[in-house]
Write a protein that binds this ligand. Structure first.
Ligand code: NAD
Length: 257
């Protein structure tokens, strides 16, 4: 039995992941704004620190994996800055707080959720990506507010994918036995893409996303990948960004290697 912390545990991909990990015998501690064992706001630095401390306490300091699903979507009513603070800094800072605890296990796992929008959406603001990667949170939030949620979303997720690839291979992560990877889902049918609070025109636009498989993904399909990435079966993976998008990335970037 592994002790695993999952953020964004109350809804969508996070909830499906909690359900699968528990059903397969793991001890899971959920973090979310409400409806989870640990209630915390990961958009704030205090919330991230408190959530990490509570998660470590809940597993008596023996942590085997962390999965960061908490996030805000581009179609929500939240500002671009808020998206950046949850999606990028709410993941990176939380994982950094947990890193010394993950390092105690002989082999441990951390997974961030990026997005296939990183390779499919045009005109991603690189200055926002750079501000995230340079850890300039207040500047990144200001830039996110300026560009708005639709460009801020892929920027926050591109920064996250790059952070994973940069950090995963360092002594702090793989040198300490921690496999750090990311998943890049395509359009998944969750409240983020089909909630009643979404702008109906923007929500409709999602269906024009080219998906060779011809359908949206299901949260359980991403949960299955996250289960793999937090298991010993993923022992050779470090810094991988795994697209699970029904073929969209392969379709649009065929020779981009
Ligand atoms: P969802 O809206 O169903 O779940 C997101 C969860 O994050 C919610 O429970 C929410 O309360 C929580 N959350 C939001 N802000 C928070 C905060 N400040 N502090 C703590 N928790 C917070 O969405 P989902 O589709 O399950 O998304 C999960 C992850 O997958 C997100 O990071 C999202 O960006 C990513 N993703 C989703 C899709 C998709 O099509 N659904 C595609 C690519 C990536």
């Amino acid at each position: 039995m592994a002790n695993i912390v999952v953020t964004g545990a109350a809804s969508g991909i996070g909830a499906a992941t909690v359900e699968l990990l528990r059903r397969t015998g793991n001890n899971v501690v959920g973090v979310d704004l409400a409806g989870a064992e640990i209630v915390a706001d990961l958009s704030t630095s205090t919330g991230r620190t408190q959530a990490a401390a509570a998660a470590v306490e809940a597993v008596d300091g023996m942590l085997h994996a962390a999965v960061c699903c908490a996030g805000l979507g581009p179609l929500s009513s939240h500002s671009g800055g808020k998206l950046v603070s949850v999606n990028y800094f709410g993941t990176v800072d939380f994982l950094e707080e947990l890193r010394p605890w993950l390092a105690r296990a002989e082999q441990s796992f951390a997974v961030a959720i990026s997005s296939s929008s990183t390779s499919t959406q045009p005109a991603i603001p690189e200055n926002l990506v750079a501000a995230c990667l340079d850890d300039r949170e207040s500047e990144a939030v200001t830039l996110g507010d300026k560009v708005g949620a639709i460009p801020a979303y892929p920027a926050s997720k591109l920064a996250l994918a790059r952070w994973v690839r940069r950090q995963a291979v360092t002594p702090d992560w793989i040198g300490a036995g921690i496999r750090l990877n990311a998943v890049a889902p395509g359009v998944i049918d969750t409240p983020m893409t089909s909630g009643s609070d979404l702008d109906p025109n923007l929500a409709k636009a999602i269906d024009f996303y080219p998906v060779p498989m011809g359908r949206r993904g299901r949260p359980e399909e991403i949960a299955a990948l996250l289960q793999f990435l937090t298991s010993d079966a993923a022992s050779l993976l470090s810094g991988s960004v795994v697209f699970a998008d029904g073929g969209t990335d392969a379709l649009l970037r065929q020779d981009d290697w």
